[in-house]
Design a protein around this ligand. Structure first.
Ligand SMILES: Cc1cc2nc3c(=O)[nH]c(=O)nc-3n(C[C@H](O)[C@H](O)[C@H](O)COP(=O)(O)OP(=O)(O)OC[C@H]3O[C@@H](n4cnc5c(N)ncnc54)[C@H](O)[C@@H]3O)c2cc1C
Length: 445
């Protein structure tokens, strides 16, 4: 499906960058003064940073993948200039955000300063929204100017694909984003959801899940358990209905069963239509009405992957980036590396890597090693990632499950996956320690 909203938004934002706004205002004033219709001449966007003699790696996206790549590149290739472009002013961690929603940890653990990390490791941080990749000219266009690159790492994460529900009804998408945000992308939606939960006085709450593949598969179930626990512990007369198009989440069933009055679970329920204005969702089997909601639409690779023409075109993998499974460069462009949740299938044996922060950071480090090897005319390394995810399966009493996946290369050249789950009935903040060790590595915090 062709996604018109982001393209229009991106072009519009880039067109109205401060420089262009000034230029257009000046042009309009000039035309008015002369009382003639001046042809609209658009100035070429300015370079954000002067080129030095150093070859340059531009990283778009300051999430788990982009930050880990920046740090590792700095270590492996001090001779390269590294520029990280991120649209948000501060880093926000999705991992452990569920725990924060329930008030178990402080916001300070999740929010971090980009400039500090850049200064500590010695790369350049630019707060800007990238709007376009010009692959022929090897340039990134942003709302603040352009940047040439020798190698590019795209680590822009995911986008919420509201078009899958609403087609080109942008009003419905905007309304949903404003009133029923899902908080699956770093940014303000997390605070909006916390406010929603803290002020929820009762009634029918609904949460939809995206169909797989999506970011951090266990996390919506963790969030559902937590909301049920909040309702119960706060004595709120309300019920959360979870509409899940995927097979039943067996690891969470016991916790779901512990909240019969607070939680209803509808697995294998593909969504047929969502009406955010009349607060109604129709699935293959049910019609669910709600007073308030957390609406997660299907997910896809972030916008720039599509704009740059780097999406897989066919099959189950449509909507996700098409990359070389071992070296992580785009199949269509060896100068561009694709890192993190945006990645599509890497193996016919299991599909895509789990979309987790741990995995995104591991992929970022591998892409850094690949670029360093190329820059130094060395053979590329053969590295495979792993993923670790700690999830609360019960809040009272606290119990966690550790999901671990590792990878090896089979004799036939395919990447194979091994996974295990470890239940921990006596958690001692292993998740917090894990988070802090990651941040110590790539945020210098
Ligand atoms: C509720 C929740 C709980 C989770 N729990 C865990 C967990 O316990 N463990 C775990 O390992 N993972 C967890 N995850 C998953 C983890 O957050 C993601 O897998 C991880 O963030 C992916 O990293 P990324 O770099 O691919 O994307 P992101 O971290 O989303 O980073 C992408 C960055 O790119 C920026 N960006 C996007 N487009 C542009 C643009 N055009 N211009 C400039 N910047 C742009 C975005 O602002 C963002 O900062 C959880 C996720 C959620 C939502």
């Amino acid at each position: 499906m062709y996604h018109r909203i982001p393209a229009v938004e991106l072009i519009w934002r880039s067109f109205l960058s401060p420089t262009r706004r000034k230029f257009l205002t000046a042009t309009a004033a000039f035309a008015a003064a002369l009382s003639v219709s001046a042809p609209l001449v658009v100035a070429a966007p300015s370079e954000l940073l002067a080129r030095t003699r150093k070859r340059r790696v531009v990283i778009v996206g300051g999430g788990w993948g982009g930050l880990a790549a920046a740090r590792r590149l700095r270590d492996l290739a001090p001779d390269l200039e590294i520029v990280l472009i991120e649209r948000n002013a501060e880093f926000w961690s999705c991992p452990l955000s569920n725990k924060w929603l329930a008030g178990f940890i402080d916001e300070a653990l999740l929010v971090h300063d980009y400039k500090r990390a850049a200064a500590a490791y010695g790369y350049t941080f630019v707060q800007a929204a990238a709007t376009e990749i010009d692959r022929d000219a090897r340039r990134v266009l942003t709302d603040k100017g352009t940047l040439g690159y020798d190698w590019l790492i795209l680590a822009v994460g995911i986008r919420n694909n509201y078009e899958a529900w609403y087609g080109d009804d942008y009003r419905a998408a905007a309304y949903t984003r404003e009133h029923y945000p899902c908080a699956y992308v770093p940014g303000d939606e997390f605070r909006a959801i916390k406010h929603k939960l803290d002020s929820f006085a009762g009634g029918d709450l609904v949460m939809t899940l995206p169909p797989a593949p999506y970011r951090c598969p266990p996390s919506p179930y963790e969030r559902a358990c937590l909301i049920a626990w909040l309702l119960k512990s706060r004595g709120i007369k309300g019920k959360l209905t979870v509409i899940d198009p995927n097979p039943a989440a067996l690891a969470f069933q016991r916790t779901f069963d512990a909240f019969p009055d607070q939680l209803g679970y509808l697995p294998q329920s593909a969504i047929k239509s969502v009406d955010p204005f009349n607060r109604k969702i129709v699935t293959e089997f049910d019609e669910v009405r709600f007073d308030d909601a957390i609406l997660m639409p299907p997910q896809q690779a972030g916008d720039l992957v599509r704009q740059a023409g780097l999406l897989a075109r066919a099959g189950h993998d449509q909507g996700w980036a098409d990359l070389d499974p071992l070296h992580l460069h785009a199949r269509a462009d060896e100068r561009i590396f694709l890192v993190g949740d945006l990645a599509g299938s890497v193996s016919p044996l299991f599909g895509s890597y789990p979309k987790s922060g741990h995995m995104a950071a591991a992929l970022g480090r591998i892409a850094a090693a690949e670029i360093a090897a190329r820059a130094h005319d060395q053979p590329p390394p053969q590295l495979l990632p792993e993923s670790i995810c700690h999830v609360f399966t019960s809040f009272d009493p606290p119990e966690t499950t550790r999901f671990h996946t590792s990878y090896h290369l089979r004799g036939d050249g395919l990447v194979a996956q091994a996974s295990d789950q470890k239940h921990d009935p006596n958690p001692r903040d292993e998740d917090v320690r894990w988070l802090k060790s990651q941040f110590a590595d790539f945020l210098a915090d």
